[in-house]
Design a protein around this ligand. Sequence first.
Ligand code: PLP
Length: 397
Amino acid sequence: MPELANRMQRIKGSAIDAVAQKVRGLKEQGQEVINFSIGVPNFLPPERVYEAAREDIDHDQGTYLPGRGTKELVQAFQLRMKEDGFEYREEEIVSGLGGKHVLFNLMIALLNAGDEVLIPTPYWTTYADQVKLLGGEPIFLASPAAQNYKITPEQLEDAIGPKTRILLFNNPSNPTGMVYGEDEVQALGNLLEKHDIWVISDDIYYRILFDGQSFHHLLKTNPSLRERTVIVHSISKSYGMPGWRVGMAAGPEAVVKALINLNTTSCTHVPAVAMAAAAAAFAGPQDFVDEQCREFEQKRERVMASMERIEAADCPRPGGGFYVFPDISRVFGRTYKNQTIRDGTHLAQLLLDDKRVALVPGEAFGDPNGVRISYALPSETLEEGLSRLEEFFGDTE
Ligand SMILES: Cc1ncc(COP(=O)(O)O)c(C=O)c1O
């Protein structure tokens, strides 16, 4: 067989998917596993979304649609953005096959080989792989638990150099659930104003906020960044619709045009039925999102209570999302049932083998001291999973 393209050696595929795959395998063998690994919100959208999808099927035109997305989708998204205080014209909006695809297209559109992309760490696994695949250089800005998993303006300043092309800013963050406050956003924004680089603002968790907090955005604190900022959204997390694969971008017209060209060169457009469903999610009352958010908030309390009981875990309290990312490095070198725990990957393996609990080692997020726990599980399963985790750590010595 002839060889694959060289670029394929730069990526390994999603480490999160690899854990999910293992869990599927165990389940197929009839094993019961508590799955803290995959980032799915575990709720379904309201009936209006399904009605819109059925309606779309009933009125199928049997034709191709615009690469930007249907007018209905674009307008529904515009309305959503407007209600959140962001004004975007139709020409400044485009859809894609999920946030992941939108981000990938953005990398193709904005990166030249050798360009540097600044990525605060811990980061969502896919960012670094996308950058590498396209010949870019990920530059990681370490923000460990001791720093509350947030970067500082000084760090950003130090990292920006002549080859810097993009800052990838994800707030609230996957995998940590950390949320930047207004002053923190403004301080980063003030610095970014001085440097002519692109900002990709991955806002896909923006509605999942706790403690009555508001969402603070770079474009609100520093509106002059608008001409070089692209906002990325998705229906996956806020609306419980990961399988529908719809993501959105709002940004400068030239970037949006490039993304449309990429759509029409690759996938043509997002499937019609998914666009109809997404439009219905964006339009209309959003109270189901808020209800869901309250449920996540209660679950966060439950998870944090366990984290406090686990002496080896140092877990900054998340302000949003549905993840926690405890630093568990204190347990490395201790033993569990006569096995010395080498690192987070080994710990995740022991947990899966012995307790049938799956989580993702921090290595996948560029912070090997932590592990990610995705806690959007039904309450009983969550309880059971947390007590197994507590037992595991309690049995280390
Ligand atoms: C930070 C972040 N960005 C983007 C995505 C992509 O989501 P999707 O492709 O499902 O829209 C995810 C999914 O886990 C994520 O966590």
